[in-house]
Design a protein around this ligand. Structure first.
Ligand SMILES: O=C(O)c1ccc(O)c(O)c1
Ligand SMILES: [Mg+2]
Length: 600
């Protein structure tokens, strides 16, 4: 295995003051930082104090950035630029930083003259070299005359100064669709710095795309593995450094954000064969789901045909079962009122937990009472507990009740919908992908009653999770309660299940007639099919692989409800198109003041 590269993160990625950022970067295990000039300018600490702080935290300052609008200007401006540069190099000396990033000029004073650019960068490199420092030249995607790395490399080659090299930034190269393969031909020692950022494919101008929408590697649509592979193949041996300008990350708690960033780098290293981790666990299915709520949830499950098969030996927790669907109802934290845990059936829980730990997932203490199963559990970014179950030992925690029920057609858990706090949307998908090997689906957006919601699934085998969040932070007029989470059960005949559950008194949501009139207009379903859906308030969707029928209960706790779904053929989605009518129906019930889990 090649040597493992060092890691760094640009302070601009993180929220807070410089102290907050440095502490978060160090805590997440980064080796160094790119110090963004503005973070220094607004800091009350002197450069020497910042240098000591970084040393105390075990961080190097790998790059001082950015120095702007330097090259290819008329002589008087060049003299002023050199003077400005000398000042910054002095600051760098006090910081103990040896590389300055010069990004390609956006100034209207710059001229389109590679010879002049090379000559002036040579002059800068000469000044830097006199202090044992280096200059890394970066082509901004929107640079006035230099906007591609191959152009920047021609200028660096022409300048031919040992203290002048390139800074490669994946965003500027991949956002413009430039081929990164020729990077392999650049001598590695002339690549002074590597900045990594991913991004979603967005049809927009590169500057706002770069300044607002960058993501950590693996979170967007760029191929960072191939890109980084080219740079390493060239012989680059500097740090892998994250430079991510993102509106949400900039205002999120920097400590979990830095952990999310590091998890992304660890996964990237793994994909490059630079890091050996226990493999992702290939989960087979949902062992159980836990809802933390008031006793209403159990009563609602009874009306869906579930039997209360066990009570926990030591905790106010019940086990409810139907087919292979198992729900643990935990009444010990009713205020939380949502999905508390998902439990994945995995072949080797110990190995899966080791991978999770290596990827910085907090491993939860095993609070074991007498006869309580030794379950490995880790915390997802939003605090949801993820249990790893190799077998059914966990059932031993429950004293069997002997209770049975006739059932109403449920055969297992189809998916668990884990509505995410606004700040965690990207980190959540990365977490489930990196730690458990679940594959994220593309993000879709829909208009919900209180604003736009974005959603994506993460799935592998029979494990499916959905991760929803609002597109922008919620408006003040929206109800204080966040969107609920839910557990969706699989059945083989949704219409029959809805009939059976209504007969048992299930509090199923009523869907308005407008919805069915629109279904008829759009999909031309057979009249008997449409009538059955309408009569039972069953929702419908289809894709190129199959069909999807589903219906939901009223809220069974402050933030949780249940859904019943039928997949026909290879339908891949989650009925997202129907989320707005379901949300509006929940809202209507909430606004009508119906108590939670009110039975029909
Ligand atoms: O958006 C910018 O100005 C900016 C500055 C420095 C960089 O390294 C970069 O990639 C972008
Ligand atoms: Mg950059």
């Amino acid at each position: 295995m090649p040597p493992e590269p060092r890691t760094a993160i640009a302070t601009v990625c993180l929220s807070g003051t410089l102290d907050d950022k440095l502490a978060a970067a160090a805590a997440a295990g980064f080796d160094g930082v790119e110090l963004f000039e503005n973070d220094l300018l607004v800091s009350p600490s002197s450069p020497a104090e910042i240098r000591r702080r970084c040393a105390d935290l075990g961080l190097s300052i790998d790059l001082y950035q950015p120095f702007r609008d330097f090259e290819a200007v008329p002589p008087d401006l060049h003299a002023a630029n050199l003077r400005r540069a000398r000042h910054k190099l002095d600051v760098m000396a006090a910081l103990g930083a040896d590389t300055v990033l010069v990004c390609s000029s956006v100034s209207p004073h710059a001229v389109d003259d590679d010879d002049l650019a090379a000559e002036q960068l040579h002059a800068l490199a000469e000044v830097a070299a006199g202090r044992g420092m280096k200059v890394a030249y970066e082509a901004l995607a929107w640079g006035r005359h230099v906007s591609g790395y191959e152009h920047a490399w021609r200028i660096v080659r022409r300048a031919a100064h040992p203290a002048l090299g390139l800074c490669l930034d994946s965003f500027h190269i991949l956002s413009k669709g430039h081929d990164p393969a020729p990077i392999r031909a650049i001598p590695g020692e002339k690549i002074f710095f590597l900045q990594l950022a991913d991004a979603p494919a967005l049809p927009m101008d590169v500057l706002p795309w770069s300044r607002h929408h960058r993501l950590f590697p693996g979170q967007g649509d760029f191929d960072l593995t191939a890109f980084t592979g080219h740079v390493l193949a060239a012989g680059y041996r500097g740090p892998l450094s994250l430079e991510v300008f993102n509106d949400v990350f900039r205002q999120a708690d920097p400590r979990p954000a830095a952990v999310d960033a590091m998890r992304s780098l660890l996964t990237l290293k793994e994909s490059l064969g630079l890091l050996d981790l226990p493999p992702a666990p290939a989960p087979a299915g949902h062992a159980f789901a836990e809802v933390v709520t008031d006793p209403g949830a159990g009563r609602v499950l009874a009306t869906l045909g579930f039997a209360r098969t066990g009570v926990h030996r030591t905790k106010p927790v019940e086990l409810w079962e139907q087919g292979d669907a198992r729900v643990v109802v935990n009444e010990s934290g009713a205020a939380h009122g949502a999905v508390g845990a998902v439990a994945l059936a995995v072949p080797d829980p110990v190995r899966a937990a080791r991978r999770a730990e290596a990827l910085l997932a907090p491993v939860l203490p095993r609070t074991r009472g007498p006869r309580e199963a030794d379950l490995a559990a880790v915390a997802a970014p939003d605090g949801t507990e993820v249990f790893l179950c190799g077998n059914d030992d966990w059932r031993g925690d429950f004293v069997p009740t002997g209770e049975t029920a006739d059932g109403a057609g449920i055969i297992g858990i189809d998916h668990v919908a884990l509505t995410q706090p606004f700040d965690h949307f990207e980190a959540a998908a990365s977490f489930y992908r990196a730690v458990f090997g679940l594959t994220p689906s593309p993000v879709t957006e829909f208009a919900a009653p209180y604003g736009l919601v974005r959603t994506r699934g993460v799935a592998a085998g029979n494990v499916r999770l959905t991760l929803d969040s609002t597109v922008v932070r919620r408006g003040e007029w929206a109800p204080a309660v966040p969107e609920p989470q839910h557990v969706a059960f699989a059945c083989t005949d949704a219409v029959a299940a809805a009939e059976a559950m209504r007969a048992l008194g299930a509090p199923l949501l009523d869907i308005p007639g407008n919805y069915y009139d629109d279904l008829e207009a759009r999909l031309d379903l057979p009249p008997s099919r449409l009538a059955a859906l309408r009569a039972n308030s069953v929702l419908y969707d289809r894709d190129s692989h199959g069909e999807f029928l589903h219906f939901t209960t009223a809220l069974a706790g402050a933030r949780v409800f249940f859904e019943v779904v039928q997949r026909i053929g290879g339908y891949r989605g989650f009925g997202v198109v129907n989320a707005p009518v379901r949300m509006a129906a929940h809202r209507a019930r909430r606004n009508a003041g119906l108590p939670l889990g009110t039975l029909a």
